[in-house]
Design a protein around this ligand. Sequence first.
Ligand SMILES: [Zn+2]
Length: 90
Amino acid sequence: MCEHKNFQAFIKVNRIQDGELGPVIGHEADIKIQCVDCKDFFEFVGVPTGLSPIQPMTSPDFTELRCPIIPSTKVKKPTTNYNPTMTIVN
Ligand SMILES: [Zn+2]
């Protein structure tokens, strides 16, 4: 039985476009974590499945966290949790 002591993470950053040739409307980080020894992927707990531009979601098997991200220099700093209605600063 593996004690899961060594890990590797896989992170992809995707640009989300409005349609196939449309402008970039957002970014998303896809994250997977695997035990190096037994190759088991870890599941993300308490996160709903699917895709969303305003909150983290997981793949149907819970092993890929799909997290919307924003450039920190373009948005007012939130004081608590991320608020998807916050104002973009130009
Ligand atoms: Zn393991």
